[in-house]
Design a binder for this molecule. Sequence first.
Ligand code: NDP
Ligand SMILES: O=C(O)C1=N[C@H](C(=O)O)C[C@H](O)C1
Length: 278
Amino acid sequence: MSDLQNTDAPARPGIVVTGASGRMGRMLVRLILDNPEARLAGALERPGHSWIGRDVGEAMGGVPVGVTVSDDAVAVIAQAQAVIDFTAPAATVAFAELTAQARAVHVIGTTGLEQPHLDYLKAAARHAPIIRAGNMSLGVNLLTGLTRKVAAALGEDWDIEVVEAHHRMKVDAPSGTALMLGEAAAEGRGATLADLRTPAREGITGARVPGTIGFSAIRGGDVVGEHDVIFAGAGERIVLRHLATDRAIFARGALRAAIWGQDKGPGEYDMQDVLGLN
Ligand SMILES: NC(=O)C1=CN([C@@H]2O[C@H](COP(=O)(O)OP(=O)(O)OC[C@H]3O[C@@H](n4cnc5c(N)ncnc54)[C@H](OP(=O)(O)O)[C@@H]3O)[C@@H](O)[C@H]2O)C=CC1
Ligand SMILES: O=C(O)C1=N[C@H](C(=O)O)C[C@H](O)C1
């Protein structure tokens, strides 16, 4: 990890990492410190966290980097050009108000967002760019396009199921990625996921309703993230698969988004925009 990267070069966007002690937060802090195009402008944790007041490099077990972990989101975000946020829905909505006020790019990786959260983000995006994706990796964003195409090419006699596996600490299901892939499949069929989504199955469910999209979630161990989109027809199956083996793929995507967003106006964007896949 580079030492004291944050003392100069104002031309580089100053990026704040929320949930800095989390699995993604740590990964992002390291990546930003090692990237010459960005500057770590702050590291946030919630009040009472044991890292508050400590240098973030030292808290992570390395050398000091000149950035103190803070619980003062208002003051820290006011100084930021971008905020990268992989936390939890309630926190993300609160950070969105602050990024809107600061006119800073808000990169959101947080999953498990429900409609009231999404409505709030839509309102915040009237003031500053919000870039949000259930998965920031290049591979999954390519797979999203493939899923849309395959779903469009196959008729309703091909059943679509999304199966995902994650580590035992994950709190939301289906994963944000599974929902992204399901949405793409629905789009391929000229519909929305809200129209086609099958409720979770348990008990006497009855036969599968043609044209619907189902989801299954596995939780265990340290699985980083695995997703299959299964197209099951009569006598054959197509499986589109993405296997994540390193969280760095998500962090790299998020940092790329934060830099990409610097010259963008207010509005809602996703990784398809960042990667030029739209
Ligand atoms: N879009 C993508 O590409 C990816 C998305 N994710 C998503 O990112 C999110 C975080 O994942 P992960 O890093 O594994 O989770 P962790 O639990 O490891 O980290 C979450 C961090 O956010 C902090 N946090 C949670 N709630 C609040 C709050 N109200 N105020 C301030 N800080 C808060 C936590 O602090 P504390 O420990 O004190 O609760 C923790 O430091 C999840 O929603 C996950 O699904 C993950 C990987 C990739
Ligand atoms: O919580 C995780 O770990 C992950 N969350 C995202 C999701 O919900 O899809 C992305 C990735 O799969 C890891």
